[in-house]
Ligand binder design. Structure first.
Ligand code: C5P
Length: 403
């Protein structure tokens, strides 16, 4: 897959145990067609040898600012101009401090200062160093200058600590690079409304019915549509996710609230995407007080009533009908059920996935889907939801705005 064909990526590697993961990162970027040149700091060379990166990138590794041989081959200013993306992975606390301060005392920091390329950093450091106010201030300074900060992830660290500071995995970094550098649809002037997450249907003041939806797919779609320039309204059920930059978020709790917000947003949108896992039923009555165990009985019955089908209502509109996309999360006969929903709900497109698969679907970072529309179907390989969202937005844009 040559998603990064001929993209010129300068990979900076600074000192940290995560430097070993950068070898895999180079391999994955090369596999996607990128031209990768590697710069290593002195600290990085304590962890891993330049020869490894020379072999993987197919080019000599740059290590010194004042090396006459390297300067003769491709001088540092030339290298700074050559890059369209400078990615530093791992980026140590020292690198963040140097770049925030505009220093140029080694090759990598000099290149960053001399280059007009997009700069992305994948921080990797001990959790206390990441949390330190000095590092936080450096990150703020860098972000204010449009430097991209990818990660860090939280988890167990090489030093034995647990917390934020792990470098993002190479696969996630490649997905970030792809979403940054891949040509994407131009959705400026278009309005997307997207539902995401579960709904929560109250039973009494303390209990509710819900499902395992994390909202990740809907949030990733909102971020991707926004990156492509669309105005995005994200109607979110109860989830624990940050709002993607530039997206208008409307928080809702139950299906009827979601329907109200969705109908309102659909009046103004060109594309409506229903990524939410809406509860099909809700309790017939919400008890005012906590429901008590009925004495002496081992059984009880819950009376449920059907919730409105939000996406079907919008797809059935005669006026102000947006291009309408649904999701079908199935555990069996995936394509058959999805095709049924596509025609029954009168959708323009449905995205089907098997939520019974391990490491795919609900609550996972990844998904494998098949896209169905009335003219046929396209299977997409399993990938991170962020990368998949980018692809799906491209496919939706191509269909919704073709002619
Ligand atoms: O739950 P079901 O499999 O029918 O969901 C298919 C599609 O319909 C999804 O896009 C979901 O967001 C949407 N839906 C909805 N309102 C419901 C049920 C589902 O918008 N009450």
């Amino acid at each position: 897959m040559s998603s990064l064909a001929n993209k010129r990526i300068l990979l900076g590697i600074s000192g940290g145990i995560a430097a070993y993961k950068s070898a895999d990162l180079v391999r994955r970027l090369k596999e996607r067609g990128a031209d990768v040149r590697v710069v290593m700091t002195a600290g990085a060379q304590e962890f891993i040898k330049p020869l490894t990166f020379q072999a993987l990138s197919g080019h000599p590794v740059h290590t010194d600012l004042l090396d006459p041989a390297a300067e003769a081959a491709m001088g540092h200013i030339e290298l700074a101009k050559w890059a369209e993306l400078i990615l530093i992975a791992p980026a140590s606390a020292q690198v963040l401090a140097k770049l925030a301060g505009g220093m140029a005392d080694d090759l990598l920091s000099t290149l960053c200062l001399a280059s007009e390329a997009t700069l992305a950093l994948a921080p990797a450091m001990n959790q206390a160093m990441w949390r330190h106010p000095a590092t936080a201030a450096n990150v703020d300074t860098l972000q204010a200058r449009n430097t991209l900060i990818w990660g860090p992830a939280a988890g167990s660290q090489a030093c034995g600590d647990v917390g934020p500071g792990r470098m993002l995995e190479p696969e996630a970094l490649v997905a970030e690079v792809e979403s940054l550098l891949q040509p994407r649809a131009d959705l400026r002037g278009k309005h997307f409304a997207i539902t995401a997450g579960p709904t929560r249907e109250s039973l009494d003041p303390v209990r509710y019915l819900t499902n395992h939806s994390s909202g990740k797919m809907g949030f990733a779609l909102a971020a991707a549509a926004r990156r492509a320039g669309a105005e995005v309204t994200l109607i979110a059920g109860p989830v624990n996710l940050p709002t993607p930059a530039g997206v208008k978020r409307v928080d809702v709790v139950d299906a009827r609230e979601m329907q109200e917000a969705a109908e309102r947003a659909a009046d103004l949108c060109d594309v409506f995407i229903a990524a939410a896992a809406v509860a099909d039923f809700r309790p017939e009555r919400i008890a005012q007080e906590k429901i008590k165990k009925s004495d002496g009985s081992d059984r009880d019955t819950l009376a449920l009533v059907k919730n409105p089908d939000i996406v079907a209502g919008i797809a059935a509109r005669n006026e102000r009908r947006p291009f309408t996309v649904g999701f079908a999360a199935e555990t069996e006969k995936v394509l058959e059920h999805a095709a049924g929903k596509l025609s029954r709900k009168k959708l323009d497109m449905i995205i089907a996935n098997d939520v019974s698969e391990a490491d795919s679907g609900f609550n996972s970072e990844r998904n494998r889907v098949t896209v169905l529309d009335p003219s046929g179907r396209t299977e997409l390989p399993q990938s991170l939801k962020t990368a998949l969202a980018e692809q799906l937005i491209g496919m939706i844009a191509a269909q919704a705005f073709s002619q």
